[in-house]
Design a binder for this molecule. Structure first.
Ligand code: FAD
Length: 430
């Protein structure tokens, strides 16, 4: 295995601009780099992945472990490899077919370990680490040559002909208003806090309230209920859905017909995508684990919200929206992340390069190439992958399969005639 640049090492100056600088070395950044190296035939020297984390893919692996995830929600078909190096063939060669877990009326799901080992194999097989430099990108501006961008980071500035933003989901955990009055040492945590360690949550004496109604809350509550008394507090009835959206949203044709026919940058696109996404839902296999934990007496399900909290020597004293109280409590929030367009980098890059933003601050992209449009309507050479590309890539944009969809468009966009004919045929049919 090769190693990436050492932490804190300055980026090289006085060299030719990179062909691609990819901001973010998560699932999407790694997937795109793999495409660029294998399908695009770029060399390692032409690509830089900038990410402050020590290793590629850490962000996903860490979050998955923080919430006690055992298997992926998506199927074995969704991975970041390119045929013939699929997750399925990896499992077969390694004799790990048993880690493809059967799902009723749906293809098997990989265990988290199998998925991560395969993703790591993709990284190692093509030495993607060689492209990784540990730095945080702070802005992208115009180079004086006008033919390249200056990518500014906490370890220096480099030039690139093309920049891809693949910065993941939002960066900031969402906190309910009642948490603001609590001090930092109160028994309150968010599963997506950078320093959150699920193993330390085993040590609390009182009752733990896990707040949230989606898969993260469900998985975490099940994990915790193996060791301590837990209440899963959700403001809505638990809603059961197997997948994050119907699988037909994986196809560009469907995305073209349903999304690209709506005005770029419009609220209508976001409404259509939200209606299609099964956010804040729990798959049946997590529901089964919850039911078992309830039957064992380790878990309670409660509907409602916390309206206020204050700290006492024994823990938190909580008041709920039905007027009831709980004392000696601890709270773990699984309330999601703030929207990705709110990340300061998005605002900065759009300001520096006069790039257009639409409803809720999402970048306005060219649907065919995923290039971010300038405010004058022309295409920049800044591209977007992941949750930030949702208005063009659709409900699965943030998911593993969305990484492949985005990589295809960025590397090899469909020709204009094909894209146009799709929109026209769909408008005709509506
Ligand atoms: C617990 C969990 C389970 C999930 N399960 C599934 C599943 O089963 N199936 C599925 O399809 N999807 C799943 N998803 C959704 C999705 O696949 C993951 O969120 C995936 O990690 C998204 O990849 P990404 O590259 O967009 O983001 P990430 O993997 O989070 O990577 C983003 C990277 O960008 C870096 N970054 C951010 N800002 C900067 C900056 N300014 N400069 C440099 N680098 C920066 C971060 O450090 C990070 O490494 C899951 C998500 C979570 C959280």
């Amino acid at each position: 295995m090769t190693t990436n640049d050492a932490p804190g090492e300055r980026l090289p100056i006085d060299r030719q601009p990179y062909e691609y600088v990819i901001v973010g070395g998560g699932i999407h950044g790694a997937c795109l780099t793999n495409y660029l190296l294998t399908e695009g035939e770029y060399t390692h020297d032409e690509i830089r992945i900038l990410d402050p984390r020590e290793e590629l893919l850490t962000s996903f692996a860490k979050k998955a472990r923080q919430c006690g995830m055992e298997t992926l929600r998506s199927t074995f078909v969704h991975h970041i490899g390119i045929e013939p190096f699929s997750l399925e063939s990896f499992a077969e060669e390694a004799g790990r077919e048993g880690e493809l877990v059967s799902t009723e009326s749906y293809p098997d799901r990989p265990t988290l370990d199998l998925f991560l080992d395969h993703a790591r194999d993709v990284v190692d097989r093509h030495d993607l680490d060689d492209c990784h430099h540990q730095s945080r990108v702070t802005d992208v501006t115009r180079s004086t040559s006008q033919e390249a961008y200056l990518v500014e980071t906490d370890t220096g500035t480099i030039e690139a002909h093309r920049v891809v933003l693949s910065v993941g989901l939002g960066a900031t955990p969402t906190l309910p208003r009642w948490t603001t009055s609590l001090s930092d040492d109160a028994p309150l945590a968010h599963v997506w806090d950078d320093g959150f360690d699920p193993t330390t949550t085993d040590e609390f004496e009182g009752r733990t309230f896990v707040v949230g109604g989606g898969i993260t809350a469900g998985q975490f509550a099940c994990r915790l209920a193996e060791r301590t008394d837990v209440t899963l507090l959700s403001r809505h009835e638990l809603d059961i859905e197997l997948t994050e959206a119907d699988p037909y949203w994986i196809n560009w044709r469907h995305i073209g017909e349903e999304i690209h026919t709506l005005p770029p940058g419009s609220e209508a696109r976001l409404d259509r995508i939200r209606a299609a996404r099964n956010d804040a839902t729990i798959p049946p296999y997590v529901e089964r684990r919850l039911t078992e934990a309830c039957d064992d007496g380790a878990l309670k399900l409660r509907r409602g919200e916390i309206t206020s909290a204050h700290a006492t020597d024994q823990g938190l004293s909580l008041r709920f929206d039905d007027g009831k109280r709980a004392t000696a409590a601890r709270v773990v929030l699984a309330t999601g992340l703030e929207p990705v367009p709110d990340q300061p980098l998005v605002e900065r890059v759009s300001g520096s390069l006069s790039l257009a933003r639409g409803a809720e601050g999402f970048p306005v992209l060219d649907d065919r190439t995923l290039a971010w449009r300038r405010t004058d309507g022309t295409e920049s050479a800044v591209y977007v992958s992941g949750a930030l590309a949702e208005p063009s890539v659709g409900p699965f944009a943030r998911n593993i399969v969305g990484a492949r969809r985005a990589a295809e468009r960025i590397l090899d966009p469909p020709d204009q005639t094909r894209a146009d004919s799709l929109s026209v045929s769909s408008r005709g049919g509506s």
